[in-house]
Ligand binder design. Structure first.
Ligand code: AKB
Length: 317
């Protein structure tokens, strides 16, 4: 049987860093080509520089390395995107068009496109938001993801391209740092806690958002991409849910291990973005179609984050 050859864009990002490792374990190191726009000197053995908006460069790599699947993770996220709206739209859409076109022209087997809870806006129900609800995103990032979902569906219907997608909640992981998202606080807070430093939270204490632990997010991605094509009935993007938490709940969980952890709340523009998103989403279709089930709840996440970050920072207390 032909081996899968996987190209990953945005491989140096929060999810990419961990997903590439998991893909290499699953498919073999030589079969996973990790790329990013900027590659740090220490990453040069593991990653290639690639501008995902450059169609010639992407096509050349796909042909030379006989790529069969692309995981297109490169994107500008919600908070960063609001600082450069036109650039964000341009990069997020142009890079996705590049990937879709290269995949179509070179008849690739599959494409993975990460969408987000940012596709939902003020017209969607705040709680238990369903899959097929009206989308009125309020950020450029959300607009680019909602448009991307429709393009994914279009390429599937028009060209039969097997594009699969998940609407990720905020991802909490110890392996990598997020950058430019509205949900980043839920990672940063653990770094502060293990270093016994106070934390200033840019969201209000009671702003609930959907979140997921990195291990669950990576497993969901691989499960979605590995199931037979007939099981995929949603061709825009699947809601993916694990837990819904507020900063106050994260703090309460951390305080079980760090009772004197200090947090102050000083909201900024990210509070309005968070308020425009659902506090929880329903992932019934993902559960029904390909058996999705999360494993980590808040205290499990807190224990893992604390233990792993203590190792990372050489803290043996
Ligand atoms: C962000 O906060 O922008 C991302 C997301 C929820 O897509 N983490």
């Amino acid at each position: 049987m032909k081996e899968d050859k996987v190209l990953v864009t945005g491989a140096g990002g929060q999810l990419g860093t961990v997903l590439v490792k998991a893909l290499r374990k699953l498919k073999g190191t030589k079969n996973v080509i990790a790329t990013d726009l900027f590659v740090k000197p220490e990453q040069q053995d593991l990653m290639l520089p690639l501008d995902a908006t450059d169609i010639e460069a992407v096509a050349q790599l796909v042909v030379e390395r006989e790529v069969t699947q692309i995981y297109h993770l490169a994107a500008i996220l919600s908070a960063q995107g609001e600082k450069q709206p036109l650039k964000t739209w341009n990069i997020n859409l142009k890079s996705f068009f590049t990937i879709l076109e290269v995949a179509r022209r070179h008849r690739l087997d599959k494409v993975f496109f990460p969408s987000s809870i940012a596709v939902f806006g003020t017209k969607a129900p705040k709680k238990h938001t369903q899959q097929d609800i009206f989308l009125n995103p309020t950020t450029v990032y959300g607009m680019s993801k909602a448009a991307g979902e429709h393009w994914a569906n279009y390429y599937f219907i028009k060209y039969g391209l097997d594009v699969r997608s998940l609407r990720y909640p905020g991802i909490i992981g110890h392996q990598s740092l997020p950058g430019g998202g509205t949900t980043d606080y839920a990672v940063d807070i653990y770094h502060r806690a293990v270093n016994n430093e106070p934390f200033i939270c840019y969201l209000k204490a009671d702003t609930a958002l959907p979140m997921i632990f990195m291990e669950d997010a990576v497993r969901a991605t691989l499960e979605l991409m590995e199931v037979p094509e007939y099981q995929i009935r949603t061709r825009t993007s699947y809601n993916l849910s694990a837990l819904s938490i507020t900063p106050a709940e994260v703090v309460k969980s951390i305080k079980k291990w760090y009772p004197s952890f200090e947090v102050t709340y000083k909201e900024d523009f990210r509070e309005a973005i968070a308020r425009s998103w659902p506090s929880s989403i329903l992932d019934t279709q993902a559960r029904e179609d390909w058996g999705w089930k999360p494993r980590y709840l808040l205290d499990d996440i807190t224990i893992e984050m604390i233990n792993e970050l203590k190792k990372k920072y050489n803290l043996h207390a």
